[in-house]
Design a protein around this ligand. Structure first.
Ligand SMILES: Nc1ncnc2c1ncn2[C@@H]1O[C@H](COP(=O)(O)OP(=O)(O)OP(=O)(O)O)[C@@H](O)[C@H]1O
Length: 255
């Protein structure tokens, strides 16, 4: 009953509502009574000094870490009660810092194995599924700038292309919320520009949360920035507002 009431109260415009989220590790609150709301089709960037709790917030949303208190509502569902796998099925995709692509498989195969298995409902008409998979793989490959590399083994891709491939492996599952941990780390300037372009394309169908330290990239992508410090929000809003906030300059940007 209470879950039903909560989902009714939730602003339908929010893709994600985090409220009072707290996690204690042996009494140390890495995330401390945190509340924030992400809109549909929004790119939210979380910034803050080392140890601020950024990665822990993503771990809590994707179910890798269990909350001590608080709620995470996504499309009216309470995620804190779900297992990691069920959170993926609910439509939340997460990319970690280190790519987990299969080097000895081609770009096509990497995307193909990531196609959701649950959609295999066509039974004997496997050729129809094959065609649907191929079409989707080609569509995603084109979004991630790898349409002409489909038959290339992943090990021969550049660092940036490997990062895009991993984003593609998440996109093929069509998540409504995609979370990326420092996606442009180690990328060249032109790869960073293309990654910004990629995010602006994929946001049409979903929301994205990015953890990032590269302020130029943050400026290029963020609709809104949340600055974390000691597990709490230090400042939040458009990049220009956050950048000019004396508290943010003191604990983060001024260093
Ligand atoms: N499983 C855990 N057990 C104990 N402490 C943890 C655990 N996970 C994170 N922490 C602590 O929580 C705090 C927040 O860590 P977190 O990795 O979320 O910070 P961050 O903002 O992502 O930092 P960085 O920018 O360095 O990646 C740190 O002090 C970290 O040591």
């Amino acid at each position: 009953m209470s879950a039903h009431v909560i989902s009714d109260q939730m602003n339908p415009d929010f893709a994600l509502a985090v409220e009072g989220l707290t996690v204690s590790f042996d009494g140390f609150k890495a995330v401390d009574d945190l509340s924030f709301y992400v809109d549909q089709n929004e790119i939210r960037v979380i910034i803050g000094p080392n140890g601020a709790g950024k990665t822990t917030v993503l771990d809590l949303i994707c179910g890798r870490t269990r909350a001590t208190f608080g709620s995470i509502r996504f499309k009216g569902r309470e995620l804190t009660r779900l297992k990691e796998h069920d959170i993926v099925l609910a439509g939340v995709g997460r990319k970690f810092q280190t790519p987990s692509i299969y080097d000895d498989l081609t770009v096509f195969e990497n995307l193909e194995i990531s196609y959701p298995k649950g959609r295999n409902v066509l039974g004997a008409l496997t050729f129809r599924r094959d065609a649907a998979v191929r079409e989707r793989v080609e569509e995603v490959a084109s979004t991630i700038f790898l349409a002409d590399r489909l038959n290339e083994r992943a090990e021969y891709l550049s660092h940036g292309q490997k990062q895009w491939l991993e984003i593609g492996m998440l996109l093929i599952q069509d998540p409504e919320l995609l979370m990326l941990d420092e996606p442009v780390a180690g990328m060249s300037v032109s790869e960073r520009k293309k990654t910004a372009e990629l995010l602006h394309t994929i946001i049409r169908d979903r929301s994205v949360i990015v953890i990032e330290h590269d302020m130029k990239f943050v400026e290029d992508i963020a609709h809104k920035v949340t600055v974390l410090h000691q597990g709490k929000i230090l400042s939040e809003g458009p990049m220009a507002k956050v950048q000019a906030d004396p508290k943010v300059i003191e604990v983060y940007l001024g260093h």
